[in-house]
Ligand binder design. Sequence first.
Ligand code: PNS
Length: 164
Amino acid sequence: MATAIYPGTFDPPTKGHLDIIERGARLFETLIVAVAERPEKEPLFPVRERVAMLREVCKGIKNVRVVPFRGLLVRFASQQGADTIIKGLRAVSDFESELQMALMNRTLVDGLDTLFLMTRADYLYLSSSIVKEVAGLGGNVTPYVPPAVAKRLAAKLKGRGRSQ
Ligand code: PNS
């Protein structure tokens, strides 16, 4: 198996994301972690900072490359030579929208399959949004994000007048 792409917003990356990256990297020769810019979502972290955090947490995994992208995922996947999209699946609530995206992506580029990796039970209800909410309200998120991310989150929230 050759190259797979793992797309996401990663605002910020969590231990759930890292788990999918580690497992995806074991299945493919190369895993591209594609960080969607998504300015319309007004992310807490600009894309270059999300890329930097992911590069930091993935530096021990030799076959992982972290790159930013904008626009259509399937176009970017083709440019990168990836023929599989990797996604993590958490609770059943993820299923409907993930199915819709997987079917649309496969329609847009025939043969571009999406491979779903089931989350570890520990991360079943973990999301970047809940991490930001808890951190923003002063809760401890260190069990849920890699240390490098916890550090940047604390710095970011401090800069915005909130602290962890
Ligand atoms: O981490 P997220 O927010 O669940 O990631 C969603 C993402 C970035 C993978 C998805 O929104 C996406 O693929 N965006 C790129 C634009 C695109 O190709 N849209 C059509 C998808 S069917």
